[in-house]
Design a protein around this ligand. Structure first.
Ligand code: COA
Length: 258
């Protein structure tokens, strides 16, 4: 199958999926999410693929977030549907895939981009990577599982701070927080992922799939539904209109004071 927004390469038990919209910093639009859904389903069904590496095209971004231009005009129920469908089609799919997925974070991983990296089974970053969940600066909250997976990975207090301040952290801090497992130069990023994949490939795929299932079972929570509902509710607010308009108009948001 040919894709417009992603590239899929397979070699010796390894598949590399590259999100390929570099001019938009690989922002996740609807069709990219759909293509990723199809690609991950196909790769999971392909028994010769033992490990998947997910990365972004170019040297600037892994994924700079969900495509803001696509949802800025949504109402509350469209907002909730966006989060629900995205979680089902991509983020939960990746997290629960029987085949291990390593995120190679090669630049900005913001909003939906960091949420996608967090859905992967573990993360490796290049030293130019910047990560964050800036949604509250747009008048919304993370809607693709970020409110759940960030505290799981780095702890509640640090996650609260990152989400509330909307700040980006650099790769060294992400390593310190345990958000990524390794930080290397951009040139070393994919070779290190291939080396880690090589170690995984030698082990039992059946046992690894069982381990993924058991590890994820320990993190099942009703928080994802609360996230979908509250994400949708944000779409009915003046803050959301102002936040998304400000981004698209390339200006700073001026949120209502009351
Ligand atoms: N959605 C839609 N378009 C996006 C995007 C996103 N999340 N992130 C970047 N882009 C687009 C920009 O609009 C721009 O498009 P244009 O050239 O047609 O104007 C292009 O990608 C390049 O981005 P630009 O902002 O010019 O690059 P920069 O180096 O100045 O800034 C970022 C990089 C990542 C800091 C900035 O793009 C940004 O803040 N992006 C949004 C991050 C975000 O809030 N993500 C969460 C979404 S829920």
């Amino acid at each position: 199958m040919t894709f417009e927004n992603i590239l899929v390469n397979k070699e010796d038990g390894l598949a590399i999926v590259t999100i390929n919209r570099p001019k938009k910093l690989n922002a996740l639009n609807k069709s990219t999410i759909r293509e990723l859904h199809i690609a991950f389903k196909d790769l999971e069904a392909n028994k010769s693929v033992k490990t998947i590496v997910l990365t972004g095209s170019g040297d600037k971004a892994f994924v700079a977030g969900a495509d803001i231009s696509e949802f800025a005009h949504f109402n509350e129920s469209e907002g909730a549907d966006l989060a629900r469908k995205g979680q089902e089609d991509l983020f939960n799919l990746v997290e629960n895939l029987a085949t291990p997925v390593i995120a190679a974070v090669n630049g900005f991983a913001l909003g939906g981009g960091l949420e996608l990296a967090m859905s992967c089974h573990f993360r490796v970053a290049s030293d130019n990577a910047k990560m964050g969940l800036p949604e509250v600066s747009l008048g919304v909250i993370p809607g693709y599982g970020g409110t759940q997976r960030l505290p799981q990975l780095i702890g509640k207090g640090k996650a609260m701070e990152l989400i509330m301040t909307a700040e980006m952290i650099y790769a060294d801090k992400a390593l310190d927080y345990g958000l990524v497992n390794y930080v290397v130069t951009q040139e070393e990023l994919l070779p290190l992922c291939y080396k880690l994949a090589g170690k995984i490939i030698n082990n039992s795929s059946v046992a690894i799939a069982a381990a993924i299932k058991a590890i994820n079972a320990g993190f099942s929570t009703t928080g994802y539904q609360v996230e979908i509902d509250t994400f949708g509710a944000c779409f009915a607010t003046e803050d959301f209109k102002e936040g998304t308009s400000a981004f698209l108009e390339k200006r700073k948001a001026n949120f209502p004071k009351t």
